[in-house]
Write a protein that binds this ligand. Sequence first.
Ligand SMILES: [Zn+2]
Length: 85
Amino acid sequence: MDKEEVEMSIARKAPTKKPPLKACRECGTLNLREASQCSNCGSPNLTDDWEGIVIILKPNSSIVGSKIGVDKPIMRAIKVAGRIV
Ligand SMILES: [Zn+2]
């Protein structure tokens, strides 16, 4: 199976279009595509190669938020460039 076939099979399982966001390679925070640096850590190291989204609106009452240690609302990728962040 080549890369295109893999992408097509993923697309069939997840028909929603990927939002136009870029993930920070340093901290995983998702930023607007136009951004030149990460809104969380300021790194310019952003990539389109990410998968999965974690959105935490209320970190103080979020089990996931306490597990990953966030203290403010975030929108973060789960995987960036094949690595879980
Ligand atoms: Zn960052």
